[in-house]
Write a protein that binds this ligand. Sequence first.
Ligand SMILES: NC(=O)c1ccc[n+]([C@@H]2O[C@H](COP(=O)([O-])OP(=O)(O)OC[C@H]3O[C@@H](n4cnc5c(N)ncnc54)[C@H](O)[C@@H]3O)[C@@H](O)[C@H]2O)c1
Length: 266
Amino acid sequence: MRPPARGAGSYAAAMADEQTTRPLAGRRAWVTGAASGIGSAVAERLAADGATVTCVDVDGPAVGAVAERIGGTALTVDLSDTDAVAELAVDTDILVSGAGIQHVAPIDSFPVQRFELIMRLMLHTPFLLVRAALPGMYRRGWGRVVHISSAHGLRASEYKSAYVMAKHGIEGLSKVTALEGAPHGVTSNCVNPGYVRTPLVERQIADQARAHGLSEDEVIDTVILAKSAIKRLLRPDEVAAAVAFVLGQDLMTGTALSLDGGWTAR
Ligand SMILES: NC(=O)c1ccc[n+]([C@@H]2O[C@H](COP(=O)([O-])OP(=O)(O)OC[C@H]3O[C@@H](n4cnc5c(N)ncnc54)[C@H](O)[C@@H]3O)[C@@H](O)[C@H]2O)c1
Protein backbone atom coordinates (compact mmCIF):
# COMPACT_ATOMS: atom_id res chain seq x y z
CA MET A 1 0.00 0.00 0.00
CA ARG A 2 1.34 3.39 -0.96
CA PRO A 3 1.60 6.04 1.78
CA PRO A 4 -0.78 8.97 1.22
CA ALA A 5 0.65 11.83 -0.86
CA ARG A 6 2.37 14.30 1.46
CA GLY A 7 0.21 17.23 0.45
CA ALA A 8 -3.05 15.29 0.83
CA GLY A 9 -2.04 13.93 4.25
CA SER A 10 -1.15 17.31 5.63
CA TYR A 11 -4.39 18.77 4.22
CA ALA A 12 -6.40 16.07 6.02
CA ALA A 13 -4.41 16.67 9.20
CA ALA A 14 -4.97 20.41 8.89
CA MET A 15 -8.73 19.84 8.43
CA ALA A 16 -8.85 17.56 11.49
CA ASP A 17 -6.91 20.15 13.44
CA GLU A 18 -9.34 22.89 12.32
CA GLN A 19 -12.27 20.72 13.51
CA THR A 20 -10.66 20.44 16.94
CA THR A 21 -9.48 23.99 17.38
CA ARG A 22 -12.17 25.85 15.39
CA PRO A 23 -15.21 23.54 15.51
CA LEU A 24 -17.56 26.29 14.27
CA ALA A 25 -15.50 27.26 11.20
CA GLY A 26 -17.86 28.08 8.35
CA ARG A 27 -20.87 28.60 10.65
CA ARG A 28 -22.70 31.89 11.11
CA ALA A 29 -24.01 32.81 14.57
CA TRP A 30 -26.35 35.44 15.96
CA VAL A 31 -25.88 36.31 19.62
CA THR A 32 -28.35 38.66 21.31
CA GLY A 33 -27.34 40.68 24.34
CA ALA A 34 -23.82 40.57 22.94
CA ALA A 35 -22.74 43.98 24.27
CA SER A 36 -22.22 42.83 27.85
CA GLY A 37 -21.83 40.01 30.33
CA ILE A 38 -22.77 36.52 29.18
CA GLY A 39 -23.70 37.54 25.62
CA SER A 40 -20.36 39.22 25.05
CA ALA A 41 -18.48 36.18 26.42
CA VAL A 42 -20.55 33.88 24.18
CA ALA A 43 -19.87 36.04 21.11
CA GLU A 44 -16.16 35.99 21.90
CA ARG A 45 -16.10 32.21 22.40
CA LEU A 46 -18.05 31.47 19.23
CA ALA A 47 -15.73 33.70 17.21
CA ALA A 48 -12.70 31.96 18.75
CA ASP A 49 -14.30 28.65 17.74
CA GLY A 50 -14.43 29.86 14.14
CA ALA A 51 -17.97 31.21 13.72
CA THR A 52 -18.79 34.46 11.94
CA VAL A 53 -20.74 36.27 14.63
CA THR A 54 -23.48 38.89 14.36
CA CYS A 55 -23.56 40.68 17.71
CA VAL A 56 -27.06 42.02 18.46
CA ASP A 57 -27.83 44.53 21.20
CA VAL A 58 -29.59 47.82 21.93
CA ASP A 59 -26.34 49.37 23.21
CA GLY A 60 -24.78 50.48 19.90
CA PRO A 61 -21.33 51.68 21.06
CA ALA A 62 -20.77 48.68 23.34
CA VAL A 63 -21.93 46.09 20.81
CA GLY A 64 -19.84 47.80 18.13
CA ALA A 65 -16.76 47.47 20.33
CA VAL A 66 -17.42 43.76 20.96
CA ALA A 67 -17.99 43.09 17.24
CA GLU A 68 -14.80 44.92 16.34
CA ARG A 69 -12.79 43.01 18.96
CA ILE A 70 -13.92 39.61 17.71
CA GLY A 71 -14.03 40.40 13.98
CA GLY A 72 -17.83 40.12 13.83
CA THR A 73 -20.69 42.36 12.74
CA ALA A 74 -22.72 44.59 15.05
CA LEU A 75 -26.49 44.94 14.75
CA THR A 76 -28.01 47.62 16.96
CA VAL A 77 -31.69 46.99 17.62
CA ASP A 78 -34.09 47.36 20.53
CA LEU A 79 -35.21 43.78 20.97
CA SER A 80 -38.18 44.87 23.06
CA ASP A 81 -39.58 46.51 19.91
CA THR A 82 -41.35 43.47 18.50
CA ASP A 83 -42.36 45.33 15.31
CA ALA A 84 -38.68 46.07 14.59
CA VAL A 85 -37.74 42.48 15.44
CA ALA A 86 -40.39 41.11 13.07
CA GLU A 87 -38.65 42.98 10.23
CA LEU A 88 -35.24 41.36 10.83
CA ALA A 89 -33.89 38.85 8.32
CA VAL A 90 -32.39 36.24 10.62
CA ASP A 91 -30.19 34.16 8.32
CA THR A 92 -27.96 32.15 10.64
CA ASP A 93 -26.86 28.63 11.48
CA ILE A 94 -26.66 29.30 15.22
CA LEU A 95 -28.94 31.49 17.32
CA VAL A 96 -27.99 32.25 20.92
CA SER A 97 -30.61 34.34 22.63
CA GLY A 98 -29.24 36.08 25.69
CA ALA A 99 -30.63 39.63 25.91
CA GLY A 100 -32.37 40.05 29.24
CA ILE A 101 -33.19 42.37 32.10
CA GLN A 102 -34.44 41.93 35.66
CA HIS A 103 -36.98 43.72 37.80
CA VAL A 104 -37.48 42.92 41.47
CA ALA A 105 -40.88 43.75 43.02
CA PRO A 106 -43.74 41.86 44.67
CA ILE A 107 -46.56 40.83 42.31
CA ASP A 108 -49.13 43.09 43.94
CA SER A 109 -47.08 46.17 43.12
CA PHE A 110 -45.15 44.95 40.06
CA PRO A 111 -45.16 47.78 37.46
CA VAL A 112 -47.28 46.51 34.57
CA GLN A 113 -45.23 48.34 31.93
CA ARG A 114 -42.06 46.74 33.23
CA PHE A 115 -43.79 43.33 33.19
CA GLU A 116 -44.81 43.83 29.56
CA LEU A 117 -41.30 44.98 28.60
CA ILE A 118 -39.77 41.83 30.10
CA MET A 119 -42.31 39.64 28.30
CA ARG A 120 -41.57 41.31 24.95
CA LEU A 121 -37.78 41.24 25.32
CA MET A 122 -37.37 37.81 26.90
CA LEU A 123 -40.26 35.80 25.46
CA HIS A 124 -41.99 37.37 22.47
CA THR A 125 -38.72 38.36 20.73
CA PRO A 126 -36.96 35.00 21.18
CA PHE A 127 -40.05 33.41 19.59
CA LEU A 128 -39.86 35.83 16.65
CA LEU A 129 -36.11 35.25 16.21
CA VAL A 130 -36.46 31.46 16.31
CA ARG A 131 -39.42 31.68 13.92
CA ALA A 132 -37.35 33.75 11.48
CA ALA A 133 -34.19 31.62 11.78
CA LEU A 134 -35.75 28.16 11.38
CA PRO A 135 -36.61 28.20 7.64
CA GLY A 136 -32.93 28.75 6.66
CA MET A 137 -31.75 26.15 9.18
CA TYR A 138 -34.32 23.68 7.80
CA ARG A 139 -33.18 24.35 4.20
CA ARG A 140 -29.56 23.68 5.14
CA GLY A 141 -30.44 20.67 7.32
CA TRP A 142 -28.47 21.99 10.29
CA GLY A 143 -29.12 24.50 13.03
CA ARG A 144 -28.50 25.21 16.70
CA VAL A 145 -30.68 27.28 19.01
CA VAL A 146 -29.46 28.02 22.53
CA HIS A 147 -31.34 30.17 25.03
CA ILE A 148 -29.54 31.66 27.99
CA SER A 149 -32.23 30.68 30.47
CA SER A 150 -31.48 30.54 34.20
CA ALA A 151 -31.96 28.52 37.35
CA HIS A 152 -35.08 30.68 37.34
CA GLY A 153 -36.23 28.75 34.26
CA LEU A 154 -36.60 25.78 36.61
CA ARG A 155 -37.18 27.32 40.04
CA ALA A 156 -38.98 30.39 41.39
CA SER A 157 -37.86 33.18 43.69
CA GLU A 158 -40.02 35.78 45.37
CA TYR A 159 -40.33 39.21 43.74
CA LYS A 160 -39.13 38.08 40.30
CA SER A 161 -42.47 37.15 38.71
CA ALA A 162 -41.85 38.55 35.22
CA TYR A 163 -38.31 37.14 35.02
CA VAL A 164 -39.33 33.70 36.34
CA MET A 165 -42.32 33.61 33.96
CA ALA A 166 -40.16 34.58 30.99
CA LYS A 167 -37.48 32.02 31.82
CA HIS A 168 -40.02 29.23 32.39
CA GLY A 169 -41.60 30.23 29.05
CA ILE A 170 -38.33 30.07 27.17
CA GLU A 171 -37.88 26.49 28.40
CA GLY A 172 -41.19 25.67 26.69
CA LEU A 173 -40.22 27.40 23.45
CA SER A 174 -36.91 25.53 23.43
CA LYS A 175 -38.58 22.14 23.93
CA VAL A 176 -41.11 22.74 21.15
CA THR A 177 -38.30 23.93 18.84
CA ALA A 178 -36.39 20.73 19.70
CA LEU A 179 -39.35 18.56 18.68
CA GLU A 180 -40.16 20.45 15.48
CA GLY A 181 -36.51 20.95 14.51
CA ALA A 182 -35.34 17.36 15.02
CA PRO A 183 -36.29 16.06 11.52
CA HIS A 184 -34.39 19.02 10.02
CA GLY A 185 -31.10 18.66 11.92
CA VAL A 186 -31.94 21.52 14.26
CA THR A 187 -31.38 21.23 18.01
CA SER A 188 -32.60 23.59 20.72
CA ASN A 189 -31.41 23.75 24.30
CA CYS A 190 -31.33 26.01 27.31
CA VAL A 191 -28.24 26.80 29.36
CA ASN A 192 -29.26 27.53 32.94
CA PRO A 193 -26.75 29.44 35.02
CA GLY A 194 -27.10 30.31 38.66
CA TYR A 195 -25.63 33.72 39.43
CA VAL A 196 -22.94 35.00 37.06
CA ARG A 197 -20.76 38.02 37.81
CA THR A 198 -22.08 40.43 35.16
CA PRO A 199 -23.40 44.01 35.29
CA LEU A 200 -26.94 42.60 35.73
CA VAL A 201 -25.89 40.84 38.96
CA GLU A 202 -23.50 43.57 40.14
CA ARG A 203 -26.54 45.88 40.19
CA GLN A 204 -28.53 43.36 42.24
CA ILE A 205 -25.67 42.91 44.73
CA ALA A 206 -25.37 46.67 45.24
CA ASP A 207 -29.19 47.02 45.66
CA GLN A 208 -29.40 44.15 48.15
CA ALA A 209 -26.39 45.45 50.13
CA ARG A 210 -28.17 48.79 50.52
CA ALA A 211 -31.53 47.15 51.34
CA HIS A 212 -30.13 44.74 53.96
CA GLY A 213 -27.36 46.96 55.38
CA LEU A 214 -24.76 44.27 54.53
CA SER A 215 -21.39 44.31 52.79
CA GLU A 216 -21.36 43.13 49.17
CA ASP A 217 -19.45 39.95 50.17
CA GLU A 218 -22.07 39.17 52.83
CA VAL A 219 -24.82 39.70 50.26
CA ILE A 220 -23.14 37.26 47.86
CA ASP A 221 -22.85 34.51 50.51
CA THR A 222 -26.09 34.92 52.41
CA VAL A 223 -28.54 36.43 49.93
CA ILE A 224 -27.46 35.90 46.33
CA LEU A 225 -25.98 32.41 46.80
CA ALA A 226 -28.28 31.35 49.66
CA LYS A 227 -29.69 28.47 47.58
CA SER A 228 -26.41 27.48 45.94
CA ALA A 229 -24.39 24.68 47.55
CA ILE A 230 -21.21 26.08 45.96
CA LYS A 231 -20.72 29.65 47.17
CA ARG A 232 -19.08 31.14 44.10
CA LEU A 233 -20.42 33.34 41.33
CA LEU A 234 -19.93 31.95 37.83
CA ARG A 235 -17.78 33.73 35.29
CA PRO A 236 -19.32 34.66 31.92
CA ASP A 237 -16.68 32.60 30.09
CA GLU A 238 -17.84 29.49 32.00
CA VAL A 239 -21.35 30.01 30.61
CA ALA A 240 -19.86 30.56 27.15
CA ALA A 241 -17.97 27.26 27.47
CA ALA A 242 -21.27 25.50 28.25
CA VAL A 243 -22.85 27.07 25.16
CA ALA A 244 -19.89 25.92 23.06
CA PHE A 245 -20.31 22.41 24.47
CA VAL A 246 -24.02 22.34 23.57
CA LEU A 247 -23.25 23.54 20.04
CA GLY A 248 -21.01 20.51 19.56
CA GLN A 249 -23.70 17.98 20.45
CA ASP A 250 -25.92 16.32 17.82
CA LEU A 251 -28.15 14.32 20.16
CA MET A 252 -28.59 16.83 22.95
CA THR A 253 -31.87 18.61 22.37
CA GLY A 254 -34.80 19.89 24.40
CA THR A 255 -32.70 19.94 27.56
CA ALA A 256 -31.74 22.41 30.26
CA LEU A 257 -28.04 22.39 31.12
CA SER A 258 -27.71 23.64 34.68
CA LEU A 259 -24.60 25.44 35.94
CA ASP A 260 -26.00 26.49 39.27
CA GLY A 261 -23.70 25.20 42.01
CA GLY A 262 -26.34 22.71 43.18
CA TRP A 263 -29.24 25.18 43.50
CA THR A 264 -31.68 22.97 41.55
CA ALA A 265 -30.53 19.83 43.38
CA ARG A 266 -32.78 21.08 46.19
N1 LIG B 1 -25.97 37.28 35.38
C1 LIG B 1 -26.59 36.23 35.88
O1 LIG B 1 -26.40 35.86 37.04
C2 LIG B 1 -27.52 35.43 35.05
C3 LIG B 1 -27.95 34.20 35.54
C4 LIG B 1 -28.81 33.43 34.79
C5 LIG B 1 -29.24 33.89 33.57
N2 LIG B 1 -28.83 35.10 33.11
C6 LIG B 1 -29.34 35.54 31.82
O2 LIG B 1 -28.26 35.78 30.95
C7 LIG B 1 -28.64 36.78 30.01
C8 LIG B 1 -27.57 37.86 29.98
O3 LIG B 1 -27.49 38.45 31.26
P1 LIG B 1 -26.19 39.22 31.77
O4 LIG B 1 -26.06 38.91 33.20
O5 LIG B 1 -25.06 38.96 30.86
O6 LIG B 1 -26.73 40.72 31.68
P2 LIG B 1 -26.04 42.06 31.16
O7 LIG B 1 -26.86 43.16 31.73
O8 LIG B 1 -24.57 42.06 31.39
O9 LIG B 1 -26.27 41.95 29.58
C9 LIG B 1 -27.56 41.97 29.03
C10 LIG B 1 -27.45 42.54 27.64
O10 LIG B 1 -28.79 42.61 27.10
C11 LIG B 1 -28.91 43.83 26.43
N3 LIG B 1 -30.29 44.28 26.35
C12 LIG B 1 -31.07 44.66 27.38
N4 LIG B 1 -32.23 45.14 26.89
C13 LIG B 1 -32.17 45.04 25.53
C14 LIG B 1 -33.04 45.39 24.48
N5 LIG B 1 -34.23 45.96 24.71
N6 LIG B 1 -32.67 45.13 23.21
C15 LIG B 1 -31.45 44.57 22.95
N7 LIG B 1 -30.57 44.25 23.91
C16 LIG B 1 -30.93 44.48 25.19
C17 LIG B 1 -28.10 44.81 27.26
O11 LIG B 1 -27.77 46.00 26.53
C18 LIG B 1 -26.90 43.98 27.64
O12 LIG B 1 -25.86 44.11 26.70
C19 LIG B 1 -30.02 37.28 30.44
O13 LIG B 1 -31.01 36.64 29.66
C20 LIG B 1 -30.10 36.85 31.87
O14 LIG B 1 -31.42 36.64 32.27
C21 LIG B 1 -27.97 35.90 33.83
